[in-house]
Design a protein around this ligand. Sequence first.
Ligand code: 13P
Length: 249
Amino acid sequence: MRTKIVAGNWKMNKNSSETTELLNQLQSKMPKTSAEVMVAPTFVNLAQAVTQLAASSIEVVAQNMHFAENGAYTGEISANMLQSVGIKTVILGHSERRAYFGEDDALLAKKVDAALKAGIRMIFCFGEELQDRKSGNHFKVVEAQLKNGLFHVGKAHWQHIVLAYEPVWAIGTGETASPEQAQEMHAFIRKTIATAYDETTAQMVTILYGGSVKPGNANEIFSKPDVDGGLIGGASLVAEDFAAIVAAI
Ligand code: 13P
């Protein structure tokens, strides 16, 4: 049985007091679940969120990190810095990092190595753009992102890896992949892992779907056999909606 996960990526939203307020609401509304529930506030509010959720089962995770252990990288944050405030999981390769901050597969491969070296679990994000899907290249694009960013790691490391398939055309657009499109891609991802590694590894890895998941569509998307949960953007900023999505898993 694979681990089910629902993670809220807050992106660049919520200041310090707003973070406290949203976490309070989440704690009071969160349904009982056997799934792992995570929230990813901004860097500056991670430490306070960890303290606030110390007695909660909700895990605080980071949205990004740098590949170096330390040094002259103004404005960047290392794995060790995250771990020093209680962070155990980091999101890597989000499409907004790729599109707006020039993160390519080669850079992400270095971040993957840094996370593994530090012993921090990753949620590795990837997904095709609209033009890739329209031209029928979506499988090729996803396969290349996995091969170039991730597949250099040894089999034993896969226990520290969660995948998040986020088609770029479905992020923040209100347009989701249909449950069938999500299932088709997730099955393809598992097959690609089985070919590169083995079937056991492919069956073990948790694969999340992200892109306009809302309370109204979460049930249907999560019901697909290869969809193990969601990475939620906009709807994770509204406590009722995030709680309803968690209930759907
Ligand atoms: P939305 O749920 O707002 O489409 O964002 C998805 C996402 O990018 C999560 O990382």
